[in-house]
Design a protein around this ligand. Structure first.
Ligand code: 6PG
Length: 482
């Protein structure tokens, strides 16, 4: 046994992660169901590994692979989420010894991680659910890593992960989030925020083009400009890149030749499902997820287009182009603050529900680099939690409160303009409504309580004294204490 760590599952993510580990000075055992992928990896990248002080140790059989790793073994499983992951774990477990650590580095649902952790613990093994963000490029050059598992597991796994993760201001973007499902839960919320970020960007693009009259290449310049300010982030930078790209075949802007139906693998859906269970209003993420599903309803869209589409003149709204561009920027920033505030609320609620002690500041810290939502903005979130670890909502911390106050007039103008122009902006509008909902003196929820009591005797509370009450709506309308 020579390797300090092993990895099975050499599709693009696994292969890149293995290369990253090897060239950062570790000897890594590699295995793949189809051995050819393993052989190709070892042949192609052994020199690269050695230059970094590491080595790739390939095995054709799972038995040889396991035997080539030092005990207690740390084994990364990098296969498709769901049944394929269970199948690999089932094959692996009989070959392991007590104290070995199995790490699922795929995009697993955290409830699967909880189940697997329990099953392996009963067999004397450690199970880690590890969220890895950054796509193929991140896996190779430095991802953001969210580890969920025991202290013992992190002692073994942590140093290797910290050596391969992205680094921001000298701090590696890898952390021990908490036990069992905590790492995959946080990765799930990361993806939910990723959905919201992308939807807000897409709505900004639509507004700038439809209302502002800018061409995709001009919008690319706007995004480049935004990327030099508070909005600086990987996704904003990438938006400029995608918008500037032209299709080689037709010479049209790339964005015009792509079908306007957005797919999803499911992490956004899981985030929304979990938020419903936890009772956390993550409206921005939910609207982003629903916007993707609406885009996919081609038949309904065709029917509605035929029935309701109107001439573009009817929806023309005159705007001053430069002023509008800046208003959209402010609306995007304010909506982004809301989406992140909601995402962090969900992590706090998930931690409470599952008994995980999650340090929210450390999550902001490791999302600053490597991951898809990496952004300058996360420095501000990190600082907010450093100042006040138990803060009620990110929205009211001084920096974000100022940003929202400065942007709120523009935000309202943009939402109103979009409504007049008939441009759908579910994420912008719902974020603004969330903000107004939180800050409102009295909400019409009082009327809802009245209605519930009227039709179902569900009782209500009063503003002026404690207790629950019911009005005899069908009778003499006296109020009784329930
Ligand atoms: C990342 C990404 C990655 C991925 C997801 C989302 O953090 O590196 O989030 O996990 O791109 O699969 O994809 P969907 O949009 O298909 O849900």
């Amino acid at each position: 046994a020579t390797a300090t760590i092993g990895l099975t599952g050499l599709a693009v993510m696994g292969r890149n992660l293995a290369r990253n580990i090897a060239r950062n000075g570790h000897t890594i055992a590699v295995h793949n169901r189809t051995a050819a992928k393993m052989t190709a990896l070892v042949e192609e990248f052994s020199d690269e590994a050695r230059e970094g002080g590491g080595e790739l140790v390939g095995s054709e059989s799972l038995e040889d692979f396991v035997a080539s790793i030092q005990q207690p073994r740390t084994i990364l499983v990098m296969v498709k989420a769901g049944e394929p992951t269970d199948a690999v774990i089932d094959e692996l477990v009989p070959l392991l010894d007590e104290g070995d650590i199995v790490v699922d580095a795929g995009n697993a649902h955290f409830t699967d991680t909880l189940r697997r952790q329990q099953a392996l613990e009963e067999k004397g093994l450690h199970f880690v659910g590890m969220g890895v963000s950054g796509g193929e490029e991140g896996a190779l050059n430095g991802p953001s890593i969210m580890v969920g598992g025991s202290e013992h597991a992190y002692e073994n796994l942590g140093p290797v992960m910290e050596s391969i993760a992205a680094v921001v201001d000298g701090t590696p973007c890898s952390t021990h989030v908490g036990p069992d499902g905590a790492g995959h839960f946080v990765k799930m919320v990361h993806n939910g925020i990723e959905y919201a970020d992308m939807q807000l960007i897409a709505e900004s693009f639509d507004l700038l083009r439809t209302v502002g009259g800018l061409e995709p290449a001009e919008i690319a310049d706007v995004f480049d400009e935004w990327n030099r300010g508070d909005l600086e982030s990987f996704l904003i930078e990438m938006t400029a890149d995608v918008l500037r790209h032209t299709d080689a075949e037709t010479g049209k802007p790339f964005v015009d030749v792509v079908l306007d139906q957005a797919e999803q693998k499911g992490t956004g859906r899981w985030t929304v499902q979990s938020a419903l269970d936890l009772g956390v209003p993550i409206t921005g993420i939910a609207e982003a997820t629903f916007a993707r599903s609406l885009s996919g309803h081609a038949e309904q869209r065709a029917a509605a287009r035929e029935m309701f589409s109107t001439t573009s003149e009817e929806h023309t709204v005159e705007v001053d182009r430069d002023v509008f561009v800046d208003q959209v920027r402010a609306a995007l920033y304010a909506s982004k603050v809301v989406a992140y505030a909601q995402g962090f609320d969900q992590i706090a609620a998930g931690a409470e529900e599952h008994g995980w002690d999650i340090d929210l500041g450390s999550i902001a810290t490791i999302w600053r680099g490597g991951c898809i939502i990496r952004a300058q903005f996360l420095d501000r979130i990190k600082e907010a939690y450093a100042e006040e670890p138990d803060l009620t909502t990110l929205l009211t911390t001084p920096y974000f409160a100022d940003a929202v106050k400065d942007g709120v007039d523009a935000w309202r103008d943009v939402v109103a303009t979009a409504a007049q122009a008939g441009v759908p902006i579910p994420a912008f509008a719902s974020s603004l409504s969330y903000f107004d909902g939180l800050r409102r003196g009295r909400l019409p929820a009082a009327l809802i309580q009245g209605l519930r009591d009227n039709f179902g005797a569900h009782t209500y509370q009063r503003v002026d004294r404690d207790g629950s009450f019911h009005t005899t709506w069908a009778g003499d309308r006296t109020e009784q204490e329930a």
